[in-house]
Design a protein around this ligand. Sequence first.
Ligand code: GDP
Ligand code: IMO
Ligand code: MG
Length: 421
Amino acid sequence: MKTDVILGLQWGDEGKGKIVDVLAKDYGVVARFQGGPNAGHSLEFEDKKVVLHSIPSGIFRDNTINIIGNGVVLDPVIFYQECQALEKMDIPVKERLMISRKTHLILPTHKIIDRASEQSKGASKIGSTLKGIGPTYMDKTGRNGLRVGDILTKDFRQRFEALKEKHRIFLKQFDYVYDINESEREWLEATDYIKQFNIVDSEYVINNIMLKGNTGVLAEGAQGSLLDIDFGSYPFVTSSTTICAGACTGLGIAPTQIGNVYGIFKAYCTRVGSGPFPTELNDQTGEELRRIGHEFGATTGRSRRTGWLDLVALKYAVMINGVNRLIMMKADVLDTFDTIRVATSYICDGEATDRVPYDINARIEPVYREFRGWKRDLTGIRREDELPVEFMDYLRFIEKETGVPVAIISVGPDREQTIVR
Ligand code: GDP
Ligand code: IMO
Ligand code: MG
């Protein structure tokens, strides 16, 4: 059985956590393949609300094994706190979770470097979550990193000290005051805690499960395609491969073993952090989207920028991911709008285009198509044939433009508020 992939098609926060939790009941394995605690994946069910940062969103399903893949970067302290919270909810997290030996560790000094680097950029800062993501991936590709498997080695402490020393020297270039030993004890204790988990060669685990074929694997993406290190609005991106190909490298799955690619998008757009956002609304409508959609970050609490759906960007994301099933989230947030707009092309520095431009400083004016709002509460609807015609017009237009069917429509944050077509 092949591995299905679920990933964000916008700038993150599309609702991946909710949908992975919904779909997880049909998969024996849910595996995160990239990113780290910069992610905040929200789940709501049975009056519970949970935000996961490093743990895959299949953790609440009794018969699902969750894997933190080699492509992920793990902060032991945040991981420890997440596990404690789950254990309080009686989730047997140690039984349900495996961690790849090859997962890279976020050190306290990675977070310091993240902060120092952002501060040095001034007004052109990325708007990073400051979780140490960029510096940890830098050490990974620079071949200096520490991995989860290293925790089990005798000289782990020496290697930690050696990397810390490298960071101390690196930090000299910044005019930044810090305490090098910041939260070190907590971090070392948390690495010790990780030893209690099932630390595995997850590429073997996943490939063996696929080979046996009696249960499916679902790969859970973090962030979104427009934050991808290669295809996002560089440098205003994250430091990992957020697109489908990242599931191959982040889990050790061959491209030929990828099955369905589920692409998640909100019925409008949001972005948190800096960088271009062509359809951004800096007006009352944008404020309404933020208020109704509760658009405040699940990890940092920052207010999210809001705007209309951007089909130029969505089609780009569908293309680079090979999406064959779309999932539309937060349709209910548009319930009260008289008119809904969708960008179908751009005027880029005066020229019409239907492509995402290379130049992030290009002056983009979106060309919009308008749709009549449905002006009905979608949150209680559970069947497609009960959806208003105006909503279906909007949905069908997106399907026609992208050439991909919408398989799932989400009409509220709860697990139950989901229409599977
Ligand atoms: P993720 O990072 O992609 O998992 O998304 P986040 O959890 O950061 O943000 C999505 C937010 O929207 C969370 O607060 C969810 O509870 C909420 N949400 C998810 N689906 C829906 C939906 O269909 N309607 C509404 N109103 N909220 C939703
Ligand atoms: P989930 O998985 C939304 C953004 C940050 C910043 C940029 C780089 O919840 O969708 P980083 O901390 O990676 O150095 O930040 O990427 N960003 C996210 N935005 N959702 C996320 O994750 C994000 N993870 C990172 O705001 O602009
Ligand atoms: Mg999020």
